[in-house]
Design a protein around this ligand. Structure first.
Ligand code: FAD
Length: 266
């Protein structure tokens, strides 16, 4: 039968283009339209781990993404890497979510999809980066979860031992399936999609579901389901100033320290 594995993937702005993100302070919005997008980097590590699990035990990998269908970079990349099918959740009712509303939307879709042995998330995203969606989703599904995962070893097909980062060391945890794991970049090196993988994308199943399809109560999703609201957006622009200290090395250091104290930097 093999493993039923779900990988949660978020599409994020390409970090090389973060400086192009505009802030509309007046309307309290962050504008990222037109900026190239990628699959959240840690989600590629999550998918790689799922692919390795499937290679060992067989099974099926589904990727799920809540977001606008306009650009499908993340889903296309996931299917090209080897995911078997994709689920895209899109509805205007899903707009303006905090992390809890995001987790609720994923939860309702998972209820419709059926049972999974393993759910993988990235530990955090490169844009909002709260690291909350994975733990919140596990809580809603009432399954155990481990975050900051660096290594996954199967004890047998029904239980795992995982290593998680912990302060200046690591912790080993044993747990039974089903479970949700949020992974770090140490876990593996994600594969690149092959030409065959890319060519096979159009043949793979992509399911698009709205709020009605996943029977999500409208009070649980989007802005309605959010318990946190942005009350203002403030733009911070860092400037640079250059001053050259003259003298011997010792004098330069003393002058630099004095100047930094004068500026209140130290
Ligand atoms: C007050 C507030 C208002 C917001 N308004 C908006 C808005 O109007 N529009 C908007 O787009 N966003 C909005 N956001 C951001 C939105 O809440 C986050 O993008 C989303 O909840 C994911 O949070 P994160 O990036 O911190 O994920 P993290 O918790 O850091 O992500 C961990 C992992 O969870 C999974 N994951 C996260 N998001 C998704 C997803 N969408 N689909 C599938 N898997 C996912 C991935 O595996 C990811 O690696 C708002 C956030 C707040 C706090």
């Amino acid at each position: 039968m093999g493993l039923e594995i779900l990988v949660c993937i978020k599409q994020v702005p390409h970090p090389d283009h973060f400086s192009e993100i505009q802030v509309d302070v007046g309307r309290g919005r962050v504008i990222g339209a037109g900026i190239p997008v990628i699959m959240n980097p840690l989600d590629r590590h999550a998918l790689e781990e799922a692919l390795r699990n499937k290679e060992r035990f067989s099974g099926r990998i589904t990727v799920i993404r809540m977001g606008r269908p306009r650009l499908q970079k993340a889903v296309e990349e996931a299917l090209a890497m080897g995911a078997d099918r994709a689920v895209l959740l899109y509805d205007t009712a899903f707009a303006g979510p905090d992390t809890l509303a995001t987790a609720f939307t994923l939860f309702h879709a998972i209820q419709r999809l059926g049972k999974f042995d393993l759910i993988y998330c990235g530990n955090e995203t490169v844009d909002s980066g709260t690291a909350q969606v994975g733990p919140q989703l596990a809580e809603l599904l009432d399954i155990p979860q481990v975050s900051s995962v660096q290594e996954v070893s199967f004890v047998d097909e029904k239980s795992l031992e995982v290593r998680r980062a912990w302060e200046h060391g690591h912790m080993k945890v044993r747990l039974k399936l089903p479970t949700l794991l949020s992974v770090t970049r140490d876990i593996n090196t994600p594969r690149l999609p092959t030409v065959q993988g890319i060519m096979g994308v159009p043949q793979k199943e992509v399911i698009i579901w709205n709020a009605e399809a996943i029977q999500a109560p409208l009070e649980n999703v989007g802005l309605n389901g959010s318990s946190i609201y942005a009350t203002g957006v403030h733009e911070f622009r860092a400037g640079r100033r250059r001053e050259i200290m003259q003298g011997s090395t010792g004098e330069k250091v003393r002058r630099a320290v004095a100047r930094l104290k004068e500026l209140g930097a130290i």
